[in-house]
Design a binder for this molecule. Sequence first.
Ligand SMILES: Cc1cc2nc3c(=O)[nH]c(=O)nc-3n(C[C@H](O)[C@H](O)[C@H](O)COP(=O)(O)O)c2cc1C
Length: 216
Amino acid sequence: MNAPPSTLSADLYDVIARRRDVRAEFSSDPLDPDVLERVLQAAHSAPSVGHSQPWDFVLVRDTATRERFQEHVATERASYAASLPEERQQTFGRIKVEGVLESALAVVVTYDPDRGGTQVLGRHAIDDAGLYSAVLAIQNLWLAATAEGLGVGWVSFYREEFLRDLLAIPERVRPIAWLCVGPVTHLEEVPDLERHGWRQKRPLAEAIHHEKYGSH
Ligand SMILES: Cc1cc2nc3c(=O)[nH]c(=O)nc-3n(C[C@H](O)[C@H](O)[C@H](O)COP(=O)(O)O)c2cc1C
């Protein structure tokens, strides 16, 4: 395979490869406000359907709020664990699923379906295109944070109503991610779920189909 054509693109591929979901590697170092601003600017530069920019970022630093969220996550984790067969429960027991109290900051990303009015260009047939846009902001944030040497951990073990109440998010707005963000000691090379034998990486060839779905 040919090498990437320039240093810039090589850097991008390198960041993509180094990005990890972080739970256990957050350090107690402070988060530089200028770095945070750049990372949020990257998130805010994401493409969006009809240029609707349906995301918002709630920055949560308060320890009491984070503790309440972490307790809720622990409850959700327990109810998920209870749904697993015995052998999977044991594997899951070894996996940390959040660094809510250890990360320097939480960034809760929300999706406002009303942003951009009632006739968002490009959402008339696929309403979810709005949600896809907000997720792209998260991916931008994740990659920019990785480039800055930070870690990000996406926590989805929560009920939307709980997080809405906790952060005074309006009813129509969906909290789509609690992101633990902050300095880290290091990034693991292999995803935690692979290292702990939960699920292995799927070969790219399996994900590529030629002409029709299912044809490899
Ligand atoms: C939508 C979404 C939700 C996720 N929720 C959680 C979560 O609640 N807890 C967790 O530990 N990891 C969560 N992850 C991280 C995945 O487990 C992780 O991306 C995957 O195992 C691959 O590892 P990597 O991101 O380090 O490459 C989530 C990722 C995505 C994209």
